[in-house]
Design a protein around this ligand. Structure first.
Ligand code: HSE
Length: 309
């Protein structure tokens, strides 16, 4: 029997739509992600557990876990009967890479129980493909960090899918999920099909600036470069009072703030704990829409997917 945990992630990281993603973990050590336990069995079985399991489709063939198993068996050309327990701890449609957590944990667990027939590149490509089927188009900015850990730059080169970037060790990433859902597929549909030249140039400049600042250890420059000209102008209306929250958070002292993935989670960055706590408190009091919402002060999770006891 194998139990695998895959961490939550912040896709886009403000400036890198579809090409930057950071795996995160709360600084208090809580695990924020999904767990999948797998064992060889006589036939395919799936048990859903966890606080968000009641939001999963009733028909097991619509469950991401089943899709992962089905595709995996097709690729290795062998039907592997397994019994799987999915602990759905991540809210669906939260912008924290919930589906990626399930996809990554499931594929790694099944691959491991089968003695690793797929290598890590093949696994990552399969993860991206499945994410694409769920959200409408292939993107690796949740699966790559959840799988590999750290802050990932998606390259989709013929040899290299993703590469780790340096991250600022003194940054606290405060995330707030308001307790409501935004469908990634819908949030992708509202984006323009084409962008003007000046937007493309500005986006390249800020993204290049962010990467440069990350390598040259210029924390303030990196934070100033975390601006989103691609998705935020169109998606902010899907979040509860996002622009007001952003302004407030910046006033409290955040050095960066944006939409996590396709939302509605907000992320803010602070380079000191006191400010991080103040931001966290403000978000708890003002951004959460109901009791299921949550706020965590996180750091970058460098480990990515892992086996747990
Ligand atoms: N980059 C993707 C998007 C992430 O923003 O649509 C989705 O979680």
């Amino acid at each position: 029997m194998i139990k695998i945990y895959a961490p939550a992630s912040i896709a886009n990281v403000g400036v890198g739509f579809d090409i930057l993603g950071a795996a995160i973990i709360p600084i208090n050590g809580t695990l924020l992600g999904d767990c999948v336990t797998v064992k060889l069995s006589k036939k395919f079985e799936l048990i859903n557990k966890g606080i968000f399991s009641n939001k999963l489709p009733i028909n097991k063939e619509q469950n991401i876990v089943w899709k992962c198993w089905f595709k995996f068996c097709k690729i290795i050309k062998k039907n592997i009967p397994v019994s799987i327990i999915l602990e759905k701890n991540m809210p669906i449609g939260s912008g924290l890479g919930s589906s990626a957590c399930s996809v990554v944990a499931t594929l790694v667990a099944i691959n491991q129980i089968c003695n690793n027939p797929l290598n890590s590149k093949e696994l990552l490509l399969l993860m991206g493909e499945i994410e694409g089927e769920i959200s409408g188009s292939v993107h690796y900015d949740n699966v790559a960090p959840s799988y590999l850990g750290g802050l990932q730059l998606i390259l989709e080169d013929s040899h290299v899918v993703s590469q780790i970037l340096p991250n600022f060790k003194n940054w606290f990433w405060i995330i707030a999920w308001p307790g409501v859902k935004v469908s990634t597929a819908e949030a992708r549909k509202i984006l323009p099909k084409e962008y003007k030249k000046d937007i493309c140039i500005k986006n390249s400049r800020y993204l290049a600036g962010f990467i440069h600042a990350s390598y040259t250890k210029q924390s303030d420059l990196a934070a100033r470069c975390m601006q989103d000209f691609i998705a935020e102008p169109y998606r902010s209306k899907l979040l509860p009072n996002f622009l007001n929250a952003k302004e407030k958070i910046k006033k409290i002292g955040a050095i960066g703030c944006g939409i996590s993935g396709s939302g509605p989670t907000i992320f803010a960055i602070s380079d000191n704990m006191k400010t991080a706590e103040k931001i966290s408190l403000w978000l708890k009091d003002n951004y959460l829409q109901n009791k299921t919402g949550f706020v965590h002060i996180c750091c970058v999770d460098l480990k990515g997917v892992r086996e747990i006891g």
